[in-house]
Each structure stands twice: as C-alpha cells, then as structure tokens.
Write a protein that binds this ligand. Sequence first.
Ligand code: PLP
Ligand code: CA
Length: 305
Amino acid sequence: ASTPQYLTGDKAALNAFIDKFDTFLFDCDGVLWSGDHLFDGVPETLELLRSRGKRTIFVTNNSTKSRQEYVKKLNGLGIPSDVEDVFGSAYSSAVYISRILKLPPGKNKVFVIGEAGVETELASEGVPFIGGTDDKFRRDITPADFQGIADGSTLDPEVGAVLCGLDFHINYLKLAHGLHYLRRGARFLATNTDSTLPMHHDLFLGAGSVMIPLANASGQTPLELGKPSQAMMDAVEGKFQLDRSRTCMIGDRLNTDIKFGVEGKLGGTLHVQTGVDKKEAWQKPDAVAVPSYYVDQLSDLRQAV
Ligand code: PLP
Ligand code: CA
C-alpha cells in the first residue's frame, strides 16, 4: 500500500478529499466521541459534510446498544440523525441471521451472550432468542445445571445458533450453555471481535475477548458479523445502495475500521488519531491495514472551509 496522505492543515487536499466521495461511513467511538465525551467540533464537521450533499452513516461495532439507542445518543450530543443513518453490529447480526443464514424452522432460535442491544435488534428482525439479559442465566452454576446441560434436558432443542457479543454479565452458566449448543451443531456467530473496549482512557475486555472461552472449548471460530467482516459491508451496501468507489470509511482502529474499508474496496479510508490505534500502528511493516488518508482529529476536515 502507498503512504497515507496527511490532510490536517492542507485546505486544498481536504477539499479534494471531500469532493472524492458521496458517502462517509463513520466509526463512532474514537472518531466522534470517547465514551460519553464528544470530541470538539464534531457536530459542525458532520454539518459541513451534509451541507455539501454528503451522506453520513454511522457504523459501530458496539452491540450493547440498538440503533434506536444510538440515535438517542447522537441527537443528545448535537448530531441530528435517525434510525436509518445507523448501522450497528447488533443490527448487522440480526439482518444476517434473518435474511442470509435463514435457520430452518424448529432450529431457528438464537442463544444470546450479550446485552439488550442484541435482543432489541433480533426482535426487530423477528428472530426468536433465549439467554441475553434473562435473569435465569445471571447466576452461579449448580450441580443440577451440569447434569441438565449434559443430558440436554435443560437445553432448548430449537437453538440453531449461538450469537456472542459483549456481555457485562458473562458467567460460567452462560458459557456452558453456549458451548453445549455449539457441541450439538449450532452455528457460532459473533457480533464483533474487538479484543478491547476503550473506557476512561484505558482498555477493558471487548466482545472478542468474551467469546474466547467458547472458541477455545469448542475448537470453533465464530463467523464475525461486525467490522471488518465483509458480511457487514455487503449488508451496508445493500441497505444504502453504496457506490463503493465514492464511499470513505473513517475510523480509529486498523483491524476493524480500516481493514473493513480496504477489504471492501472502498474509494478511501481515513484514519483519525483520537482512538485506539495511532499512526505508528500502520507505519509498521506488518500493519494489518493501511489507510489512504489520515488527520489528527475528525474536526480537521473543517479546515476545508
Ligand atoms: N463494543 C462495545 C461494547 C463498545 O462499547 C464499543 C464502543 O463504545 C465498541 C465495541 C466499539 O465501537 P466503535 O465501532 O463505534 O468504535
Ligand atoms: Ca472505534
């Protein structure tokens, strides 16, 4: 890959960049905000792009929130948006399961390891599920549980897939259920595989780390449905009728966002320095993906004016 072009402070280059695209796909955490802290100048930057006729779509790997909750967050932070502007990994997973995987009748339930966002989106696509936030699974495992799982008497015979996202109530009981559905032939799916979750200027366990015990015990690798999965890109393209050559992915993480855009053969990828990966990451010879452009922060795009 060629060396990324640095756009910060270069008005002509910024205008050429903006003119090159009709659609911008925005990663959220690390680009627009960090947790609940909105970065300076972000609403104004989105307004600038929109005023130039650009379509802005938010593509997040956070499966703990539904699209509707993202809309609430975006609007609350001063970025007007509606549910049609948001594409999250929980929604992406639900669409994949309902429209592509098409589990057979009698085997069409999903065992969820994850939070309410996954449940909301599965429900919106009419996909039946168990697990998730159900209190039944938020407790210690007992000897009777081991027995019931092993002989199958406490397992739901209709489960045909295990979907794993970030679950803040992960425990042995849930993992044991997940493992035994997999051992009985359920499909193994992951909303996303971000190894870490950035919070409070530090890193915690992400969905990709919560899923590891199941992968280890089952010997299987999940099909990932968030960035950088091209299943998600295909779904985004289908929904928004993208012209990939006129679309740019903006993100902070190389192995999710930038890889997503590069493998999706988008017209460009823009890396910001406000999130998990810094430019040193793509300067290494073994970088997982190299962006085509970079800026210090998203609001540098306003220097185009
Ligand atoms: N997963 C979870 C649970 C998160 O909370 C976040 C960030 O808030 C992410 C993934 C990464 O999200 P994004 O793809 O918007 O950076
Ligand atoms: Ca991010």
